[in-house]
Each structure stands twice: as C-alpha cells, then as structure tokens.
Design a protein around this ligand. Sequence first.
Ligand SMILES: Cc1ncc(COP(=O)(O)O)c(C=O)c1O
Length: 439
Amino acid sequence: MVLFLIPMKLSKDQPQLNLNPTVRGIKPSATLAINERCQQLQKEGKEIFRLGLGQSPFPVPESVVETLRKNAYQKDYLAVKGLLSLREAVAGFNFRTQKIETLPDNILIGPGSKELIFLLQLVYNGDLIIPTPSWVSYSPQARIIGRNVQWVKAREDNFWRMSYLDLEELCQKDPDRPRIVILNYPSNPTGYTYPIERLKLLADVARKYRVILVSDEIYGLLHHQGQHVSIARFYPEGTIISNGLSKWCGAGGWRLGTFSFPPELDWLMKAMAAVASETYTSTSAPIQYAAVTAFNENPEIDHYLHHVRRVLRTIARDLHERLNNMNVELPLPHGAFYMFPNFDIYREKLVAKGITDSVGLCERILEDTGIAMLPGKDFAPEGNELTARIAYVDFDGKEILAAAMRTVFNHGLPDSFVTDHCPKLVKAFDNLGSWFDKL
Ligand SMILES: Cc1ncc(COP(=O)(O)O)c(C=O)c1O
C-alpha cells in the first residue's frame, strides 16, 4: 500500500516538525541522529570519539579527483541509465574482479546505491527479506513504500549471517510469494562476510524460490584480504550486484551507485529506469565521468586499495585485541570498517545500573565517555542483545594512507602503527575499557 501525503494547514502553535497524523512516521536515520547528538555534545565542549558514522576516512584516489576536475564543465543531462562509458567500465570491473559477464546495457547508474535499492523496492511488489542485523536503511525504505519486511534471525555463532536453512524455511511456507532478499557482505554492521560454500548454499535456495537477490557489495573491495567473492557467480540469473563509489573509493558525498543486472532481469531494470526518469532524471554528469576512472583498470587505485586494506586489517586486529582484553569475545572482522561486539558479558552489572538494552548502553557510554557508537537495536530491531556497531574510522585517512605507503609494500605494518596514527581510536578504546572496569 502506498500512502500519499495529504496537505494539512498548520496552526501557529503546532510544532512544525511532524506528529501530523497524515505524515508517515519515519524517524531520521539512526546514523544521522547520532551524528547530530555528537555535534551538540561537541558544542558543549565534550571530546567526542566518532565511531558512529560509517563514512570512509580515506581520500578519493587522486586520478579520480583529477577526472572530476577535468569534467566539471559537463553540464548536460545524461541518459537515465547512465553514461555508456561508465556502464562499460562497470561491466569491465565485474569481469575483472569476479569473472562475471554483464552487458553495459544491463547496468543502471544512480545517485547512490541507496536510491537504487529504494527504486527496486518501489517497482517490485514483493516482501523484503533481510538478516538481522542488517544495514539500517533497507527496512525503513520498505516501510515507506508499504512492503512487508521479514527479518531472518542470524545467530552470533554464525557470524550474524543469514543461514540458508532459515531462508529455505521461510520461503517454503509460501513458495510462490515474490521476494527480494538482500545480502550485504562484507557486512555493515558486522564486518563479516560469507565463505564460498555458504554463498553456494544460499544461491541454491534463492534459485529454488526464484527470489530477486540483491548482492550489496558496496564494501566488496574493502575485504581485508582482497578476497571478496560475489554470490552472482552462483545465481547469476537472479542476482543484482549493487556497488558504488561511497566506501572503497571514499566518495560517499559524490552520490554514485551502480546496479548490475543479469539479462533475465532486464524488465526490472527498465521499470526502475522509467521511475528514475520521472524522479532524479539522471546522475550528476561530472561525477559519472569521474567514476569511469574509478571503475576502469587503474594501477593507482590498485595501489591505493592495497594500502587501505592493510590499514583497515591492522586497525581491526588491534581493536579486536583491545575488545578481547575487555573480555568481549568476537571473531576478527573480514572486511569494511565495522565491528559488532556483544557486551552481554556485562549484562548483570549493566542492569544493576538501569541499562537494559543496546540503546541505553550506547546513550550512557556516549554521555559518560564521549564515544559515539550505534546501538545494535538499530540494525536488529527485534534483537535484545547488548550489541553496538563500532565504525573504526576516527583517524586522518590521508595521513595514515601516506604513512602506510612509506612502509615496505608487502609486509605487515609496524606494531606501533595504530598507537602512532590512530590516537583517537586508542583513547576511545582506553576509555571504553575503563568504563566497563568501573561498572
Ligand atoms: C550496506 C550499505 N549499503 C548501501 C549503502 C548506501 O551507499 P550509497 O548510497 O552511498 O551508495 C550503505 C551506506 O552506508 C551501506 O552501508
């Protein structure tokens, strides 16, 4: 069901913001809310550790910036599906990185993959199936459109991943029901990914029930070992690969996302392109030209990504050890810049302080220590665990990348690397440790 907004007169003393019953009740996204709270605390003079907002701290690779500079004059509307040379570059990228054949004609460029995921949910009338925990925006998008959301409970001892058995159980209840399944790996919020055997098992279930599978690979190139594998290899005919510049290219604010469709889903791409033509028209022209450089084979970007991954895996290892020292056990993340610790071991002590859920936990930690993390509940509304998402990005990406590039290319980074280059992260984790110690 799609709900339309009915204009209502506001009286003078009515609050301007919301609570108008004709307006759909969607809160601003959790990530933005925590950011605003941080700004407020900072204004009050408190030192803030920004582990909340999932933004890449690394600069955009210079060759991509240079292409953008050179194309600043591009002012024409582009084709709704996107610039042909960019769609060719994305097809080349899919083949180079995954050996997946996609036709430039089956690629859709949009202003961010978030917008493309929204458009897909808008044009395809099916239930949304996502694991819990999942990225914060999939389910609100479904709610805005009026789609059913079915959360598949993922277990902590399965790296918080969707199990193929659970997917099968859900699908077999109503085998012909239209469904979109979104898998995101390496995952926001957990940093974990799926091994090939799991991808194959999930692909078999997806094929059996003909689900539309969105493979959200926005962190694919940030797999810490550079070993990302796409599920589209195993269910090519039903998988849409979602990608973009925001994470591995450090260009979230540029707003460019890509959807790669199999020829079998051409009808779906056309439906999305039709809606795109009536809404955003096309993605910013200069950004599309710059993205051609980002997706084409480019030794400078390979070099950049090599060092970005070294930095991320070094920080992940260091912070993982610090969490272990707080008696918080979790497997080492596989990619991206997130960790999803569960502080359940402290539950009794926390309850004694009136903290009973992850929202209360993150609020209290923010107030007491200035550390901003996102509560697990934002990613798993039905979960009751004392989890939090840590985005370990509070460091100077430009400086740290230059430092990593000065070290020997293929060696591990020195032991003191995190202490030397991530003072805010180290202080945040020290503060967190003391906070738990004092409970
Ligand atoms: C898992 C995941 N998917 C999609 C997006 C959206 O990315 P963008 O719209 O910038 O392409 C994000 C952004 O945080 C994300 O974390």
